[in-house]
Design a protein around this ligand. Structure first.
Ligand code: NAD
Ligand code: UD1
Length: 313
């Protein structure tokens, strides 16, 4: 039987590279299309075929999708803080890039397209409330608008193009290989600052809540989305557990440097206050079950950062 082939756009990035590893472990041939703007060569398993290109490059996409059965579309500009300043560049990649992926997927007869969306599509949830897929979708950041638009294009047009779409709304993902910049995930930022002897900055009062989901659970959901019969659907991918930014700061300071200073800056307008996933739909229709707990997995992220990203593979 011919080998199954998957294309992972953004496959040199944090989540994409872990997904590539899981696909290789399942015996698929894996292609990575990435411009390496934030992705890194050392994230990519040498068994992957790498296409270094912009996600809007149709010829590169054609090469990537030639004979491919499934496309996982993760390439994106991922920062919410900062998407206000970069809305045009974000839309070019996140929206126009998605449309390019979609069009070529139809042209190349790709069976399935799994789209990496985000909790950034939602309006704020009340304190203590879980966000279901029906929660109002009123993004408050340009990033969220680009993801919501991408989702809608993918879900509406894929069937007409003969492609089976599945959209996954990832919540706040943590794990090894998340690059350290001021704009990335709070866990990576806090760990790196504490290891460098710097103080922490908390935006707002720190009582804002997030659903921190380990990258292995995001990978699990993607693998299930590749096979599910529930096509044309959108699923939250998180844990259902709520953790405040103050909780994260307390946990990490306790583990690394209890005396570290904490400074508060004004809350960011483009950020939700509360976003915790109701994962009931993914449980029911995909068979998804979040397996990792923050307290159990945080150590590996600390070790990864301590080693300067060594041992990523
Ligand atoms: P990341 O920055 O590590 O990965 C994004 C990858 O896309 C990088 O390898 C980057 O080089 C590549 N890329 C960016 N612009 C590109 C372009 N124009 N052409 C080709 N490649 C390009 O970020 P990540 O956290 O791994 O995010 C992966 C996906 O998951 C994104 O779509 C993001 O929006 C989504 N997501 C992430 C989170 C999270 O908490 N990390 C949560 C929700 C959704
Ligand atoms: C992250 C992802 C985004 C994804 C979303 C989905 C990145 C860069 N962003 O955004 O792609 O769609 O999750 O859930 O991976 N904070 C501080 N101090 C800091 C840094 C952050 O207080 O130094 C706070 C923020 O104000 C925010 C919370 O921590 O309230 C989480 O921020 P962050 O980890 O950057 O994630 P999101 O912006 O939610």
């Amino acid at each position: 039987m011919a080998e199954r082939t998957a294309l992972v756009t953004g496959g040199a990035g944090f989540i994409g590279s872990h997904l590539c590893d899981a696909l290789l472990a399942r015996g698929l041939a894996v292609r990575v299309l990435d411009d390496f703007s934030t992705g890194r060569e050392e994230n990519v398993d040498p068994r992957c075929e790498v296409i270094r290109a912009d996600v809007s490059d149709h010829d590169a996409l054609r090469r990537g999708m030639d004979g491919a059965e499934v496309v996982f579309h993760l390439a994106a500009r991922v920062t919410i803080r900062g998407s206000v300043d970069c809305f045009e560049a974000d839309a070019r990649t996140n929206l126009m890039g998605t449309l390019a992926v979609l069009g070529v997927a139809g042209e190349r007869h790709v069976r399935r397209l799994v789209f990496a969306s985000s909790m950034g599509v939602y309006a704020d949830a009340g304190e203590g409330q879980l966000t279901t897929e029906e929660h109002p979708q009123e993004p408050i950041s340009p990033y969220g608008i680009s993801k919501l638009a991408g989702e809608k294009y993918v879900l509406q047009l894929s069937p007409r193009l003969g492609v089976e779409p599945v959209a996954l709304r990832f919540f706040n993902t943590y794990g090894t290989r998340q690059g350290y910049t001021p704009y990335v995930g709070v866990i990576t930022i806090f760990i790196n600052k504490l290891l460098r002897g710097e103080g922490l900055t908390i935006f707002g009062d720190g009582r804002q809540c997030r659903d921190f989901v380990h990258v292995s659970d995001i990978v699990q959901a993607n693998l299930l989305a590749m096979e599910t019969r529930a096509v044309g659907e959108v699923f939250n991918v998180g844990t259902g557990r709520s953790t405040s930014v103050l909780d994260v700061a307390a946990l990490l300071r306790g583990m690394l440097r209890p005396e570290a200073s904490v400074r508060h800056e004004p809350a960011r307008e483009e950020e939700l206050r509360h976003a915790v996933a109701d994962v009931g739909k993914a449980r029911r229709l995909l068979g998804y079950e979040p397996r990792s707990r923050l307290e159990d997995r945080i150590g590996e992220v600390i070790e990864y950062s301590r080693s300067g990203g060594e041992g990523a593979r």
